[in-house]
Design a protein around this ligand. Sequence first.
Ligand code: ZN
Length: 110
Amino acid sequence: MARYQDLTGTIHGDFIVIEEYSEPDLVKGRLWICQCQKCGAKEIIPGSSIRKHTHKFCSTCICSTVKAMERFAGIAENINEELRHVGEQTQYTAETVRDAWLWHQGVIFD
Ligand SMILES: [Zn+2]
């Protein structure tokens, strides 16, 4: 078993490591609660990703860019088009798509 390394307080890209997450992931190992220093959003990141610097950009910050929101709006429009075909009234917005994407990325909201 790998030697325990306390990552609390270390900085990785946008993030500062706040504390270890209570339950380790069976596949990814130890998880750490990290907070974006720019926007304050929290994400749970595996220790291996932190050590390899593979996850250093905040998803929320990336999503707040105009370009990202334009893409999400485009996706929402496609979904709405499909929904109209099947007679659904539900309408997706760029925000709905963004939140779904963030959820898929494992981003945890406060
Ligand atoms: Zn951020």
